[in-house]
Write a protein that binds this ligand. Structure first.
Ligand code: SME
Length: 172
């Protein structure tokens, strides 16, 4: 049986203090990079990242990917958590904003985000990162939490670097 990346067990849903979250992420990152090293299949990368980031980011209630399937539509990809919406138009929600603008969306309180999609009513905050490959948004990494203010700029920056490196040679 695989033991994942062997981080200290923390109860699912716990919102650790920001400094502890960052330390946990920094501990996980080299292990995640080692696991992904050499893989170029986009689904294999997405599925493994959904698994390992779910283990790392214990504040998440949804952790995974939406994939671009045409010029303005995302379809759900590999994830862990509560059931997600199957399709999201680029015009809608936090994921749509990330896909449309190709910019990181850090939303400390989804109630204040116009057009937020409530796939899960319990979601209170989100971090969505666009996956921009050779100038085109191919997917987004969606992280949701039942806690307000569950993600920081530092976490976003670490994850953006990880995604850029992991998917640099990926085939979609
Ligand atoms: N985070 C989303 C919706 C997707 S689900 O909650 C899994 C959004 O508002 O874009």
């Amino acid at each position: 049986m695989s033991e994942g990346i062997l981080l200290a067990p923390v109860a699912r849903g716990t919102l650790l203090p920001a400094a502890e979250r960052l330390a946990r992420l920094d501990e996980a990152l080299p292990r995640i990079r080692a696991v992904l090293d050499g893989e170029t299949d986009a689904v294999a990368l997405e599925a493994t990242l959904a698994c390992l980031l779910w283990e790392t980011l214990v504040q998440t209630s949804w952790c995974g990917f939406y994939r671009r399937v045409d010029e303005r539509t995302l379809a759900v990809g590999p994830y862990h958590g509560t059931m997600g919406c199957l399709r999201i138009d680029f015009a809608r929600g936090v994921c749509g904003a990330a896909a449309r603008t190709a910019e990181i969306q850090l939303v400390p309180d989804v109630a204040l985000f116009p057009g937020h999609i409530a796939c899960d009513d319990a979601t209170r905050s989100e971090l969505v990162l666009p996956l921009v490959i050779r100038g085109r948004v191919e997917a987004v990494l969606d992280l949701d939490s039942i806690h307000l203010d569950a993600f920081t700029r530092d976490e976003a920056q670490r994850l953006a670097t990880l995604l850029a490196d992991a998917f640099a040679s990926a085939r979609f």
